[in-house]
Design a protein around this ligand. Structure first.
Ligand SMILES: Cc1ncc(COP(=O)(O)O)c(C=O)c1O
Length: 411
């Protein structure tokens, strides 16, 4: 008997089917379009940025320069240099009250790599990753690339865009492998309070197979009196299934250095390190030296940046207040404001017939009024538009003014 299948039935797709849902982000498309327009001499008010408009603090650049001059230009250990792992553990102890041992800590090429690796080493085909909506778009692509499926849990502006215990209970099913919690969040700037985290922890105790990825990358960008709480510090008994992720990109204006870190259960961290050993190894040695200086150095640069972000956030809140067609839940953290256009776009003659009226509106706004913003459907929140305040106040004022006038006309 010939057990070999005919060639045509075994021929492989050139691109793996799991990649069908891993597409380039609308955010990057918008950013590329803005760059093209600017290169053509068109002045664009861009409110798309997902990164600080400040430069990396001087002492960090000096530390990186010294590292290069001193020959720190070789491979580092896979999980990160000894000095950086120590600085990461010290950061978690000092700022979050969390104690990790060395085997529970890993450094990666951006927190993005850390998050992806955590998903990649744990997801089995078809496992679900719970994402409270609105979510950071990259979680979906990473989940698909790792063989999982995103499962969305709706939240509303009225409940502060927050996942509540009842929503979580209703969303968990036997296929659920991860809950991803992002606080402070992109795109709504939401910060979960200690009691809200406790409420989620109470539910999670009933589902011992569910891991939690706590993405705390915007931790330092907060406009509240109290710093945000880390889920693990509120629910220490869940330590065997929480992976806490953070990095230097946002707080220290170091997006280009590509340096993030994570801490969690030893077995998961070890598997992530094994994956990293076979793929990228440790991040750039120079970036690691810079991150040691960032995590261990003076805090005044963060304070200056946060105070500028706060003023810009207040400017946006004031501008929105004077507009009846748009509403906003004041962001408590990160550097984004999620403007809710209500039914204005869906009901408009011009955009309502499109599959995603918010995307059609943003496209029109860029082409005709030269203002760039990110449509909320990218984050699972159609009918909203994300405005970044990681840009100077005059650009925000000009861009938002044009956008609000346009919305007023549609309304
Ligand atoms: C919620 C969230 N997590 C993680 C990241 C990734 O940060 P990085 O890979 O630069 O550390 C971003 C970047 O936009 C983000 O918005």
């Amino acid at each position: 008997m010939n057990i070999r299948q005919p060639l045509e039935t075994v021929r492989k797709a050139r691109i793996a089917p799991r990649m069908a849902n891993v597409t380039t982000s609308k955010i990057y498309e918008a950013i590329a379009k803005v760059a093209d327009m600017q290169a053509a001499g068109i002045q664009v008010a861009s409110l798309t940025a997902g990164e600080p408009d400040f430069d990396t603090p001087r002492h960090v650049i000096e530390a990186a320069t010294r590292a290069m001059m001193d020959g720190d230009t070789h491979y580092t250990p896979v999980r990160g240099s000894h000095a950086l792992r120590l600085a990461v553990r010290e950061k978690f102890r000092r700022e979050n009250g969390l104690e990790f041992c060395d085997e529970e800590t890993i450094v990666g090429t951006g927190s993005k790599q850390v998050i992806f690796n955590a998903l990649a080493v744990t997801l089995q085909q078809g496992d679900e990753v719970l994402l409270p909506v609105p979510y950071w778009a990259a979680y979906t692509g990473m989940t698909y690339a790792a063989g999982g499926v995103p499962a969305f849990v709706q939240t509303t502006k009225d409940n502060g865009y927050k996942l509540g215990p009842d929503d979580l209970t209703a969303a968990i099913n036997p296929r659920t492998r991860w809950l991803v919690l992002n606080t402070p969040s992109n795109p709504a700037g939401v910060i979960y309070s200690e009691s809200e985290l406790e409420g989620l922890g109470r539910v999670l105790r009933n589902f011992p197979d569910v891991f939690v990825l706590s993405d705390e990358i915007y931790e330092h960008l907060r406009y509240t009196a109290e710093p945000p709480k880390s889920l693990l510090s509120v629910c220490p008994d869940l330590a065997d299934r929480i992976v806490t992720v953070n990095g230097v990109s946002k707080a220290y204006a170091m997006t280009g250095w590509r340096l993030g870190f994570g801490a969690g259960p030893r077995d998961i961290i070890e598997a992530m390190a094994n994956l990293q050993a076979q793929t990228t190894l440790g991040p750039s040695s120079v970036s690691q030296a810079a991150a040691v200086a960032a995590l261990s150095g003076p805090r005044d640069a963060i304070e200056l940046m946060v105070s500028a972000y706060r003023q810009r956030r207040d400017l946006i809140v004031d501008m929105i207040r004077s507009q009846s067609a748009v509403s906003l839940q004041r962001p408590d953290g990160a550097f984004y404001a999620l403007l809710d256009m209500g039914d204005a776009l869906r009901e408009s003659k011009q955009f309502g017939a499109h599959e995603a009226p918010d995307a059609a509106f943003c496209e029109w706004l860029l082409e005709n009024r030269h203002v760039a913003a990110v449509p909320g459907s990218v984050f699972g929140a159609p009918g909203t538009v994300r405005v970044s305040f990681a840009t100077d106040s005059s650009t925000i004022e000009r861009g938002l003014d044009i956008m609000l006038t346009a919305i007023g006309e549609i309304h």
